[in-house]
Ligand binder design. Structure first.
Ligand code: FAD
Ligand code: 2HG
Ligand code: ZN
Length: 467
């Protein structure tokens, strides 16, 4: 046993240092990155995290923070050198406090997102962060990626949901910023540095999260449309009719949906006709369910009359609504079964989405005739997942992934033309580390590097990620 492993064991206990079976930690969810860690260390408290990081700082050992390991950009995967230590916060999974007057919840970084949603519900509150990986991603990872998901439209990204943080800095010092204050103008708001930093500036050990009143009624609807432009028209119409009660507004292409029903045959489209595009939407209210349903029916009836939509299915109860959401939640997984696609997670001004899709589709079709594009995502936030599957006639899956850089260039250059972002919600990690150099201003990158050097002068905290 190495000297470092022995010292780690003295801090966290024998059972919590893994030296051989790295299977659950060394690879990413998509199986794109295969790392080789030196050790996996699983501290049980913030003090233990601090002691482990201090030891790493003293020995100049690189650290890879990890939570649920569902990230899609390789940020939580070590390199192949066999010298990096994964620090997993998975054991730190306690809800420390729920304050229903302050409407906050103080939690350790290893809490599973779904558990936090359930805890909030037990207190008649809502923790609105919601994404398909919610059964396995952990809040420390959500905060570190500033995760988005399906309710950003109403409640904002994770950044908007975090009120305080506790962080172990790369020196091993513990910063306790676990404040539940709605107003605090006492200088730089340091928590925002760590939110979305993908573990490059420190390890988040706990957070104070914002809670909301639990909605009394949620109405789900699955809607067929002719084009992405009609989806934007519908968004505008629904916002006008229902205001900020519109909590989710997801675009789904017919091809994307067909992959879900192909690989999950138990799931059926609520609108089995031959439609090119769909929108899945949720409208939530703190008042009467029947009144809400009526308002949604009226709004969608008007949309039908005005030929904004082609057809719609309004969920009759919670179970039907859940079934509609299962179609959306299994989109990512169904694409894995079809063969690895070249993923994009772009954002553009909402008003330009239809134009973006036409431009990017045309450029890809010109370069790769027969290309299969899976367009879906959080269109209400201007965020599209624009995943490009191999053209069946010309490429096999292994040949297709070799086109990664060329395909990225087409999609990301088109994104840049629309003043968009090449990473709306998944982050940069390893996947887009080189790519951001092309799209981010040199001054912005230089300031990011200065911040990194100021906090992590030895470059031990998740090196090789983001910048
Ligand atoms: P990990 O994968 O463990 O880590 C992610 C990053 O954070 C890494 O860089 C890691 O080093 C760092 N990190 C982890 N823990 C800490 C910590 N305690 N302190 C500091 N740094 C840390 N993302 C979205 O935004 N929206 C979606 O809708 C969405 N849907 C998804 C659906 C599926 C099926 C899958 C597989 C992924 C999806 N994701 C989505 C991506 C992923 O789930 C999110 O990025 C999530 O926030 C990652 O959480 P995690 O706990 O798995 O983090
Ligand atoms: C989602 O919105 C996730 O479901 C994953 O962000 C997107 O599979 C993807 O590309
Ligand atoms: Zn998403």
């Amino acid at each position: 046993m190495s000297d470092l492993a022995a010292k780690m064991r003295a801090i966290v206990g024998d059972a919590n240092v893994i030296t051989d079976d790295f299977a659950a930690y060394a690879n990413d969810w998509r199986k794109k990155y295969f790392g080789k860690p030196l050790l996996v260390v699983k501290p049980g408290t913030a003090a233990e995290v601090a002691a482990v990081v201090k030891l790493c700082a003293e020995t100049k050992t690189s650290i890879v923070p990890q939570a649920g390991n569902t990230g899609l950009v390789g940020g939580g995967v070590p390199d192949e050198s066999g010298t990096e230590v994964i620090i997993s916060v998975a054991r730190m999974n306690k809800v420390l406090e729920v304050d229903t007057i302050n409407n906050t919840m103080t939690v350790e970084a290893g809490c599973i997102l779904q558990t936090l949603q359930e805890t909030a519900a037990e207190h008649d509150r809502l923790f609105p962060l919601s994404l398909a990986a919610e059964g396995s991603c952990r809040i420390g990872g959500n905060i570190s990626t500033n995760a988005g998901g399906v309710q950003v439209l109403r409640y904002g990204n994770t950044r908007e949901l975090v009120m305080g943080l506790q962080v172990v800095l790369p020196s091993g010092e513990l910063w306790d910023g676990l404040r539940g204050l709605r107003k605090d103008n006492t200088g730089y708001d340091l928590k925002h540095l760590f939110i979305g930093a993908e573990g490059t500036l420190g390890i988040i050990t706990a957070a104070v999260l914002k809670l909301f009143p639990a909605p009394r009624a949620t109405q789900t609807a699955f809607i067929a449309l002719e084009s992405p432009q009609k989806a934007l028209d519908l968004l505008s119409h629904m916002k006008g009719a229902l205001g900020d009660r519109l909590t989710a507004f997801e675009l789904i292409s017919a091809f994307g949906l067909s992959l879900v029903t192909k690989y999950f045959p138990q799931l059926k489209s609520p609108l089995p006709g031959d439609y090119p595009w769909f929108v899945l939407t949720d409208i939530a209210d703190s008042r009467d369910a029947a009144a809400l349903t009526e308002e949604v029916e009226v709004a969608l009836g008007v949309a039908l009359e005005r030929e904004i939509i082609l057809d719609c299915a309004i969920a009759k109860n919670e179970t039907e609504g859940k079934r509609m959401w299962e179609l959306r939640e299994n989109m990512t997984e169904s694409q894995v079964h079809e063969g690895r696609s070249i993923k994009h997670d772009v954002s553009i001004p909402i008003s330009k989405i239809a134009e973006f899709i036409s431009a990017a589709d045309a450029a890809l079709e010109a370069a790769y005739p027969g290309v299969r594009i899976i367009t879906f995502g959080h269109v209400g936030d201007g965020n599209l997942h624009y995943n490009i599957a191999h053209p069946l006639a010309t490429h096999t899956e292994p040949n297709w992934v070799k086109e990664w850089e060329k395909v990225n260039l087409i999609v990301h250059d088109t994104t840049a033309k629309f003043n968009g972002s090449i990473s709306a919600e998944h982050g940069i990690g390893q996947l887009k580390r080189e790519e951001i150099k092309r799209y981010k201003a040199p001054l912005e990158l230089a300031v990011m590097r200065q911040i990194k050097v100021a906090l992590d002068p030895q470059n031990i905290m998740n090196p090789g990620k983001v910048i």
